[in-house]
Design a protein around this ligand. Structure first.
Ligand code: PLP
Length: 510
């Protein structure tokens, strides 16, 4: 482990100061890739639709004009002199500035970002400088084991989910998902016309034995055997569960066995709640910019599927929504060059590109203000903040909700805590599927708890909206997030929720 951390530190030294534009903006240009094998082709997994789509000839011609610096009488792009903005960047928060100052980014070495380009139609793959930074970042964190991977900047993971589904699935295909999942995924699956098959979970997320059983016993009269598995492996939304390394290895081995494409949707893995408080910038440490916390942060991240991916079957989605802000509508996808080419063809056709101003803001922040170290430090700082918030919520749950009436597994990553309420057959134990009466009763209890909580002035999310198939009989769950409310309100929020739960469960106060 120490050796891996040291190797990554060495790489960071090599990669941390981007000096030339886009020298590493595609993985084969990274110096250490010459010796790695290539990804296996996935042609047999492409949908009918995605086989039809290729890079737009029209957009390629427009790009050519740009690079040749000729008089542009071709593409219908307004002249930058006609834009109503020059561009004033948003000011950094004091914490973000303190990282900038500590990282000592040399003002003379700062990149000049071309505002006019950012406000123009951009490249479908993304801005070259930002791609360079993100490609280096992916290599530092994940070290994909094959050589021809690429990164594409997207308008966020929800859009990337749609494109990934379109690339691999035809209407009527079935995609495997965790038993509870991100509703945005379910909406996209409906939009694209694919079926979803719930796969049982335990405290470590998706169960590999359940996955193997579904695939080994697949009845082809239901349609084609699933070829895509969508998962949220760390700080899962909504259950907060995180897969162990062993679980990940088992699932990747099953993907190889059953020839599955894995969509790794991983916006929460950077929020490591078991990180030590040394990275906390809010007055809890004397010297916040400790070299130690930076490298220990990186080595504390869960092992990603991308880092296990010897075949090039993982499509990894990253998002800025949970680690910077959701309004940027930005993220990045890492996958084999073959799949990124498809993604770029789609993106060039529908969204054209991720938002130029958002990419400019990201470039200013990540490249000019923070650099790689500063970005890691920010992530470590966020992690420490969420850890503190999670602890407040857990202490309040212990205090206000009687032990026998609620169960949860302490989340190690992310921003969600999944509260299972003791009710009927489901007093924390596994429950029997198929009892319609219990299911109806649970559903009405869930509605009453939420309504009473709202009357009490607190909002939580109903567990049932995340359920891929009907909730197991007797199961009542709510998802609590400690990310949104003011820190001082968290305890009171839990107290009000507890009051609603106790009244509806008709539990006597202790
Ligand atoms: N993926 C998961 C698992 C999520 O929980 C969410 C947001 O709740 C998203 C993606 C949304 O990402 P984005 O804002 O980049 O579309």
């Amino acid at each position: 482990m120490a050796k891996v951390a040291a190797q990554r530190e060495d790489q960071l030294e090599v990669l941390s100061v981007p000096v030339e534009i886009a020298s590493y903006s595609s993985s084969p240009n990274l110096p250490q890739f010459k010796t790695k094998p290539k990804a296996k082709p996935l042609d047999h997994h492409l949908s009918v639709e995605s086989r039809r789509i290729g890079a737009s000839e029209f957009k390629q011609l427009a790009a050519l004009e740009e690079s040749h610096r000729i008089i542009r009488l071709g593409a219908g792009r307004p002249n930058p002199a006609l834009y109503p903005w020059t561009f004033t960047l948003l000011d950094l928060s004091p914490t973000a500035k303190s990282i900038e100052a500590a990282e000592g980014q040399n003002p003379a070495a700062k990149h000049h970002f071309d505002v006019a380009s950012a406000l123009n139609y951009g490249k479908a793959l993304g801005s070259p400088q930002l791609l360079q930074f993100l490609t280096e970042h992916v290599e530092m964190v994940h070290e994909p084991p094959y050589s021809d991977w690429n990164v594409c900047i997207t308008g966020g993971s929800t859009h990337a989910i749609e494109v990934a589904l379109r690339i691999f699935c035809d209407v009527g295909d079935t995609v495997l998902v965790e038993q509870y999942t991100y509703p945005g995924f379910l909406d996209m699956a409906t939009l694209v016309g694919v079926e979803v098959q719930a796969t049982a979970m335990d405290s470590e997320g998706l169960r590999s034995d359940a996955l193997d059983k579904i695939l080994s016993e697949w009845d082809c009269s239901r349609g084609r055997k699933p070829r895509v598995l969508y998962m949220i492996p760390s700080g899962q939304n909504p259950t907060g569960s995180t897969q162990s390394s062993e679980r990940r290895k088992d699932i990747y081995a099953l993907a190889e066995k059953h020839d599955l494409v894995i969509i790794e949707d991983d916006p929460y893995s950077y929020l490591n709640l078991d990180l030590s408080n040394s990275a906390d910038l809010n007055g809890h440490t004397k010297n916040p910019i400790l070299d130690d916390s930076k490298s220990s942060y990186r080595s504390s991240l869960p092992q990603s599927y991308l880092s296990l991916d010897t075949s090039g079957r993982v499509v990894r989605l990253d998002s800025t929504s949970k680690i910077l802000c959701p309004g940027l509508r930005a993220g990045w996808v890492t996958a084999s060059a073959q799949i990124i080419d498809k993604l770029v063809a789609y993106q060039g056709t529908d969204a054209i590109t991720a938002s130029g101003p958002s990419q400019l803001m990201l470039s200013q922040l990540l490249i000019n203000s923070w650099g790689h170290h500063g970005f890691f430090f920010w992530l470590a700082h966020l992690s420490a903040t969420y850890r503190r918030r999670r602890d407040i919520v857990e202490r309040a749950l212990e205090r206000y909700i009687p032990e026998q009436s609620a169960h949860w597994v302490s989340p190690q990553f992310g921003m969600f805590l999944w509260l299972r309420l003791g009710f009927g057959v489901n007093s924390g134990a596994e429950c029997q599927v198929g009892d319609e009466g219990f299911r109806n009763e649970a559903s009405s209890l869930e509605g009453r708890i939420l309504a009473r909580a709202l009357e009490n002035g607190v909002q939580v999310t109903a567990g049932s909206i995340f359920a891929v198939s009907p909730m197991p009989a007797g199961e009542v769950c709510v998802r609590i997030t400690y990310a949104a409310a003011a820190e001082e309100e968290l305890e009171e929020g839990v107290r009000r929720l507890a009051d609603a739960i106790k009244k509806e469960l008709a539990i006597e106060r202790h």
